[in-house]
Design a protein around this ligand. Structure first.
Ligand SMILES: Cc1cc2nc3c(=O)[nH]c(=O)nc-3n(C[C@H](O)[C@H](O)[C@H](O)COP(=O)(O)OP(=O)(O)OC[C@H]3O[C@@H](n4cnc5c(N)ncnc54)[C@H](O)[C@@H]3O)c2cc1C
Ligand SMILES: Cc1cc2nc3c(=O)[nH]c(=O)nc-3n(C[C@H](O)[C@H](O)[C@H](O)COP(=O)(O)O)c2cc1C
Length: 434
């Protein structure tokens, strides 16, 4: 009998604990739900969603708020991953400004947006207008904008305006979008779409870093600047010949902030040709600083800096800005060991002076030991894992196709897909690939 009572009392306790647990879950769920709903804008509020990696789409979206408010509309502007499904459903007017990355993919923060959009989400009461930012040199031009528009239409949304696209931030394309919004919402754009601060810099000198190479020339350009401010990891945007009619190009800033600004540019086409050949000492470039917070340094963590070719620019900015006594390891790739040892002296000095703990160079056309940066990392995988165990952060800069994908595959292989994902989630994988 005693045994039976003990059994009942155990069951009773289990039931009480289970009920308490369910009540707690319920409360958390209700609180989160209330939070989502209380974030939801009113039905007559215009929702402006953006997806951006370099900041241009975010800027265009945010700059839309003021003229809409001035015209009497309520506006809620947020990154796509911050928009709840309730918010999407609650708003009758949805505007989107989204860029495309990788090979036709959304920017990193918006990766899950379309996957997470329920097939049954009813948007039949919403009018949508999507602006895509992209670059026609990529085969899948504005692909994410197209996919987003398609996904919203499939959920019943009405097209208020057909998809508009902006090629390489071309001012005429942006003007066409403004015109569509002006017509729809009777907006006045006057000074609202002021571009971010423009700075000028004067070319002081230009040094060819690979004069004997059979590869396209790589130059270090040194400019004097006055009031421009940037952080290691930032890029700048400029137009060839400072001509506002031409498409914008982006370059990593290759040094720490000061009175001098440096770029490392590979001569390729129009803009790089202008920088590397036409622009004369004493002439000016007009540029905007493009903040890259996803590529900023994590102050106290050891740094593994990986790059190839002109990707050295973004890494050099970091290395100059890293504090004395910090732990830094540079893995850099070029083609030929005899002719492509770019900035070799500087790197050697860093190594000798202890600013670099390790310097690994990989030459893809080394007759003795051809290697890419990913091969080098594979060879030194024990050290790589040890550094990562000690909290190191990876900084990867340079070509996406030529190098970025291969390094990413290797990291996924060495750390496992989950391990690599965790590294990204911890903000310890920082890439600026192009
Ligand atoms: C975030 C970011 C950072 C970047 N950082 C750097 C950097 O630090 N350094 C750097 O050098 N680049 C960098 N780039 C690349 C840079 O923005 C340009 O894409 C690059 O300089 C080519 O632009 P372009 O106008 O010179 O070439 P375009 O005229 O646009 O030509 C594009 C391509 O077409 C081919 N092409 C065009 N004309 C000719 C020709 N006459 N002969 C042969 N081929 C031709 C070339 O392959 C060329 O690469 C970065 C890009 C991004 C997105
Ligand atoms: C690595 C990389 C990949 C890109 N891939 C594409 C692409 O596949 N399709 C496209 O139209 N534009 C592509 N672009 C161009 C960007 O979409 C374009 O520069 C846009 O203006 C960036 O906007 P953001 O600053 O808001 O991110 C790519 C740019 C980079 C740097």
């Amino acid at each position: 009998m005693d045994q039976l009572t003990a059994e009942y009392s155990r069951l009773l306790w289990a039931a009480v604990v289970l009920l308490a647990y369910l009540a707690l879950c319920g409360r958390i769920w209700l609180r989160q739900r209330r939070q989502a709903v209380s974030d939801a804008p009113l039905a007559d509020c215009i929702l402006v969603g953006w997806a951006s990696q370099g900041g241009a789409a975010q800027q265009l979206a945010e700059q839309l708020q003021h003229p809409l408010q001035a015209a009497g509309y309520q506006v809620h502007c947020a990154a796509l991953h911050r928009l709840s499904h309730e918010q999407l459903q609650a708003s009758r007017t949805l505007l989107f400004v989204v860029s495309t990355y990788g090979e036709g993919q959304p920017p990193e923060h918006a990766r899950m947006f379309l996957h997470a959009l329920p097939a049954r989400l009813d948007l039949s009461h919403s009018n949508i207008q999507v602006l895509g930012l992209g670059d026609r040199r990529y085969p899948l031009f504005c692909q994410f904008a197209r996919q987003l528009e398609q996904a919203l239409l499939e959920r019943g949304a009405q097209l208020a305006w057909p998809l508009l696209t902006v090629d390489s931030l071309h001012p005429q394309d942006i003007a066409a979008w403004h015109a569509s919004l002006t017509q729809r919402f009777s907006l006045t754009f006057s000074d609202t779409f002021a571009t971010p601060d423009a700075f000028s810099a004067t070319l002081v000198e230009r040094i060819c870093l690979n004069p004997d190479s059979t590869s396209p020339s790589l130059f270090l350009l040194r400019f004097s600047v006055h009031d421009a401010r940037w952080q290691a990891g930032d890029t700048l945007r400029l137009r060839p010949f400072n001509n506002p009619q031409l498409a914008v190009r982006e370059y990593s800033i290759a040094n720490a902030c000061g009175e001098t600004l440096e770029l490392i540019v590979r001569q390729a086409g129009q803009c790089s040709g202008w920088l590397c050949q036409t622009l004369a000492a004493g002439e000016q470039i007009v540029f905007q600083v493009c903040a890259k917070p996803d590529f900023y340094a994590v102050p106290d963590a050891p740094a593994i800096l990986i790059g190839a070719g002109s990707g050295l620019a973004g890494l050099r900015g970091h290395l100059q800005a890293r504090p004395a006594g910090s732990h830094n390891w540079l893995v850099f790739g070029e083609r030929c060991p005899d002719t492509d040892r770019v900035l070799a002296e500087e790197a050697e000095n860093w190594l000798m002076g202890g600013h670099l703990q390790y310097l690994n160079l990989a030459f893809s056309r080394d007759p003795q030991q051809p290697a890419y940066v990913q091969d080098c990392l594979h060879t030194h995988q024990a050290r790589l894992l040890e550094w990562l165990d000690n909290g190191a952060v990876i900084y990867l800069c340079g070509s996406l196709q030529g190098m970025g994908r291969s390094v990413e595959s290797l990291l996924a292989e060495l750390l496992g897909v989950r391990g690599f994902k965790a590294l990204k989630q911890q903000g310890r994988y920082r890439a600026d690939l192009y």
